[in-house]
Design a protein around this ligand. Structure first.
Ligand code: RFL
Ligand code: PHB
Length: 389
């Protein structure tokens, strides 16, 4: 088997990279170790930046997003007794969209299977080889159990945080930075209309809570819990009670409904540099993780592959290595901006249990809710800073 770009991982980063390269006339093969059903059901991100939406629409995979996505002009920031709306278009001229990562993934998979480049699910033993030379390959076992070798010009490691690509890059040196937070999120999906028009990020003495949504009839809600908590200790009633307490506001009520999914998610920041070894390039969660508070992970993955597709087209069509040579530095500049923003949102909104921290957090929240300059800084980062081009 031979292709120009062998792509490991069919998450949003790998699927979109394949699509962007196809539109530039470059052949790809995508290798995914899970099944299509598993990949399409994985519940994750929900907020898309304007740049992400434009990229998906321009790539011809945005029809359903444009029909079903919910444009949001801002968020609500809450602390006890106060729910303040931040108006993003007024502050920075941009907005965001609510559209689940599951739906982005389904749209990309459908486009790929509908006459697009090969996408192989259920492969195993995936291993990038000879990435330091000009003729790398990916060895893997296909879904029928047959060993295969995919000869490539370039390998893209878009296999997420637990993938096989980052260890290969790290094997040549480089470094990593990591922060684990003493918080986790308990997330639920519920069949009930969202209780607010836009997302509510709430600081509360009991801990952070987030009200989000997936559609006019499906709510997505999160509660800060201890990372050692077990989901079995959280009945639906206990979750709804916790949410009602943390979002409480005079004249407002939380709507409840059947819970269809619940899980506990750890939170960490992680950056690995460089995002390249020879002809192997990392993109998305394979190279970096942010805590979900700033809604940045999926958007960063899209920003990475936008840069990478352009760089690979220049290398493979024109033989010019300048953009692949600058890819890691350009991508990492945005990664660190988003890492800072996600850390800042996380630090401002989660209870540490320390009362000094709490007063600093409340002071920061009052500042964002009263100063246009402070609000604009949040709005510019949340809606996504322009790509460095
Ligand atoms: P993914 O989505 O993890 O995809 C990697 C793919 O690679 C496959 N794979 C392999 N395939 C072949 N061989 C191997 N050895 C392989 N190892 C792994 C995996 O099965 C998978 O299919 O990474 P990608 O594409 O980089 O995308 C990143 C995003 O998924 C992630 O950043 C976001 O979900 C983060 N995130 C959010 N991001 C946002 O932009 N906005 C949000 O509102 C938002 N909310 C969230 C989030 C992440 C969350 N969790 C679960 C951590 C909310 C949550 C709760
Ligand atoms: C979500 O809807 O899953 C979501 C929204 C905003 C965030 C994180 C997650 O900051």
């Amino acid at each position: 088997m031979r292709t120009q770009v062998g792509i490991i991982g069919a998450g949003p980063a790998g699927l979109l990279l394949s699509r962007l390269l196809q539109l530039r006339g470059i052949d790809t093969v995508v290798l995914e170790n899970r099944s299509r059903e598993y990949v399409e059901a994985r519940i994750r991100a929900g907020i898309l930046e304007e740049h992400t939406v434009r990229t998906l629409v321009d790539a011809g995979v945005g029809d359903r997003l444009q029909r079903e996505g919910l444009p949001h002009d801002g968020i609500h920031l809450q602390h006890p007794g106060v729910r303040h709306h931040l108006d993003f278009p007024g502050l920075c001229g941009r907005k965001v969209w609510v559209y689940g990562q599951t739906e982005v993934t389904k749209d990309l998979i459908r486009a790929q299977l509908d006459g697009g480049p090969p996408l192989l699910f259920g492969v195993s033993d995936v291993s990038p080889e000879d990435v330091d030379g000009d003729a790398p390959r990916i060895r893997f076992t296909d879904a029928d159990g047959t060993p295969q070798a995919l000869e490539c010009d370039v390998v893209a490691g878009t296999d997420g945080f637990h993938g096989v690509s980052r260890p290969v890059v790290a094997g040549a040196g480089g470094r990593t930075w990591e922060r684990t937070y003493p918080y986790a999120w308990l997330g639920i999906l519920a069949d009930v209309a969202p209780s607010a028009d836009e997302l509510v990020y709430a600081w509360h003495p009991d801990g952070f809570a987030l009200l989000s949504m997936r559609s006019p009839t499906v709510s997505r809600l999160y509660l800060q819990v201890d990372p050692a908590e077990e989901i079995g200790n959280w009945s639906d009633d206990r979750i709804w009670d916790g949410l009602a307490t943390r979002f409480a506001l005079d004249g407002w009520e939380l709507r409840t409904g059947p819970v269809t999914e619940k899980s506990i998610l750890p939170m960490r920041s992680f950056v690995s540099a460089p995002m390249r070894r020879g002809r192997l390039f990392l993109a998305g969660d394979a190279a970096h993780i942010v805590p979900p508070t700033g809604a940045k992970g999926l958007n960063l993955a899209v920003a990475d592959v936008t840069l990478l597709a352009e760089a690979l087209a220049r290398l493979l069509h024109e033989g010019q290595p300048d953009l692949v040579d600058s890819y890691s530095d350009r991508a990492l500049a945005r990664v660190w901006r988003c890492t800072h923003f996600s850390w800042w949102m996380t630090s401002m909104l989660h209870r540490s249990g320390d009362d000094f921290d709490a007063e600093l957090q409340l002071s920061q929240l009052r500042r964002v809710c009263s100063s246009e300059a402070a609000a604009r800084e949040l709005a510019e980062n949340y809606t996504g800073l322009p790509l460095d081009r």
